[in-house]
Write a new protein. Structure first.
Length: 122
């Protein structure tokens, strides 16, 4: 992902988009459905070593991956989650709903103000 796109995503969706993006990257590294060595799973270049433990724990708690010995395997839930745009899709959907809500509130306020001004001018 280039720097300009990352800057735009940060402005639009906030810093949480990076957390979601890295979680999705970890899941995507397992998307072939085959068991992978835990060391290969946790060696994605753009994720810091101090973040790996937290993020893998999140994926395990959410039921997206399972650890079997020294192997990591994506679960069906993880595959379905990736198919529906993953964690980034959740953040984007939440932001769209939130934006729509506040836009409708703004429209209601403008409508009420217009009605009051129209009523006062009669």
């Amino acid at each position: 992902m280039n720097a300009f796109r990352l800057k735009i995503l940060t402005i639009v969706y906030g810093e949480k988009i990076f957390e979601a993006f890295t979680l999705d990257s970890l899941l995507a590294s397992l998307s072939d459905g085959l068991p992978h060595a835990y060391s290969a799973f946790t060696s994605i270049a753009h994720i810091g070593a101090w973040e790996i433990g937290r993020k893998t724990q999140k994926l395990i708690e959410d039921g997206m991956v399972q650890i079997s010995g020294d192997k990591v395997l994506i679960t069906s839930r993880g595959m379905l989650h990736l198919a529906t745009d993953g964690y980034t899709g959740q953040i984007k959907a939440h932001k769209r709903v939130s934006f729509s809500f506040w836009l409708s509130i703004f429209a209601i306020v403008i409508s009420i103000a217009s009605a009051i001004f129209s009523w006062l001018n009669d």
